[in-house]
Ligand binder design. Structure first.
Ligand code: ATP
Ligand code: MG
Length: 411
């Protein structure tokens, strides 16, 4: 029989890969809770319209990357390519638009049909923070500060730069769009196929192009600054002031537009030079129109998502793998008594393992192989005296410990 392979662009998470993954998720969960974020979970698949409406028909994700399929009942469903749309759908379906703001932490697998490469997969995983129901730039700043704290707690902040931009309000964007159409129309000849299509539908998205030729033209494109309304400029100034007050360092990058169509005002990315072409580890912004797209009332909102795989690759320090103690019975009669000791330790919250078979030598070998910190050796003599020989597997020293004192000794 041929050996079956994982689907292209998917990966197994085992051993250290799993520990990196867990460390990112646990850290993000712990830090976001300090900001008052509550964890939500929504289904992995949704009605395709949840994504096609919200991401914008012209976004890369909707045009080329979605895993959409018809189920047996004939409904068009899509494996979620990102979290925000489902969160907004859930806000509306659960009647939470009446109790705002909602501060959300979210994590899980996402699916995009992309060309797999380092840091780019077809099933990947995100952590995600959203604040729904606030139109204040302080909400944007707090969401960003939460992301920055998570990067610091992971020990990767030194390798990452926060770049921010504003996409203004509707009026700013309309004026800017006209300026961009004029500029890019003069440079049609040099634009990629994709960008020519964007020129008709959504010229802002050209700024997000990764094509080399496009990038050269983009370098000379006008920025939004000259087109910001007073309200939009005030909002942006507010954001920058709050970031400074919260102690979050940033640089401004007028080229950041974000890949999805629903953004306005704040757009930001945390970027690194350590991951080659896949340099964006965290990205987000303000999406005031999205909840309405889901059939809810107008609800301003802001949030970000970060790729767990990219964060995992940046990690240089992992918490050490937990080390169990190994219970080592010597002889059949001692095994029953050893099981009671094993279970008592586990019930006291101590990681404890016992091999299913083997003589003393084999069991000691296994204890070393699983990285045990200590071996509890229990022969018949020890059982009769109510003690265990506790061998420290790092120093090799051994001492007798009464069974009742084992938990406090080992904790
Ligand atoms: P990119 O420009 O790299 O394609 P994006 O703008 O499509 O990113 P978002 O939709 O903003 O990405 O998703 C937020 C984060 O999720 C990204 O910054 C990245 O860390 C991660 N991410 C996105 N797509 C993938 C993928 N295919 N594989 C791994 N991580 C991904
Ligand atoms: Mg992408």
């Amino acid at each position: 029989m041929t050996e079956l392979q994982p689907v292209r662009g998917t990966r197994d998470l085992i051993g250290e890969d799993q520990r990196r993954y867990q460390h990112v998720v646990n850290t993000a969960r712990r830090i976001s809770a300090r900001y008052g974020m509550a964890e939500w979970a929504t289904p992995i698949f949704e009605d395709t319209r949840v994504f096609s409406r919200s991401l914008g028909e012209t976004s890369d994700v909707v045009m080329k990357e979605m895993y959409s399929f018809q189920d047996r009942g004939g409904d068009s469903l899509t494996l979620r390519p990102e979290a925000t749309a489902g969160i907004c759908r859930a806000l509306v379906t659960n009647g939470l638009t009446q109790s705002l703001p909602q501060k959300v932490f979210y994590t899980g697998p996402m699916f995009r049909y992309e060309r797999p490469q380092k840091g780019r997969y077809r099933q990947f995983h995100q952590i995600d923070v959203e604040v729904l129901g606030s139109a204040e730039p302080l909400a944007d700043a707090e969401v960003i500060a939460c992301g920055w704290d998570i990067l610091q707690a992971l020990g990767v902040a030194d390798d990452v730069v926060l770049e921010i931009n504003t996409l203004g309000d509707r009026a700013s964007r309309d004026a800017y769009r006209a300026a961009l159409v004029e500029y890019f129309s003069d440079h049609r000849a040099g634009l990629s196929e994709d960008s020519l299509a964007r020129l008709e539908r959504n010229p802002l998205r050209i700024l997000d192009s990764k094509d080399e030729g496009d990038r050269r033209i983009i370098a000379g494109a006008p920025t939004i600054n000259a087109h910001l309304t007073e309200a939009a400029a005030t909002f942006y100034a507010g954001l920058k002031g709050y970031l400074a007050a919260l102690g979050v360092p940033f640089v401004e990058n007028p080229r950041i537009v974000r890949g999805l169509d629903y953004y306005g005002h704040t757009a930001f990315e945390f970027v690194t030079s350590r991951l080659g072409a896949q340099g964006t580890v965290m990205g987000g912004g303000r999406y005031d129109g999205l909840v309405e797209e889901m059939g809810g009332p107008p609800t301003p909102a802001v949030g970000w998502a970060a790729g767990i795989e990219r964060l995992s690759m940046l990690l240089t320090e992992l918490p050490p793998a937990p080390r169990p103690v190994a219970v080592v019975p010597v002889g059949e009669a001692a095994e029953v008594a050893a099981l009671a000791v094993l279970q008592a330790l586990r019930h006291e919250g101590i990681r404890a393992e016992m091999a299913y078979r083997g003589n003393l030598k084999r069991r000691m070998e296994r204890a070393n192989r699983i990285g045990a910190r200590a071996a509890l050796i229990l022969g018949e003599a020890e059982v009769a005296r109510g003690i265990a020989q506790v061998k420290d597997l790092d120093t090799g020293t051994q001492e007798e410990v009464p069974l009742a004192e084992l938990p406090s000794k080992l904790r």
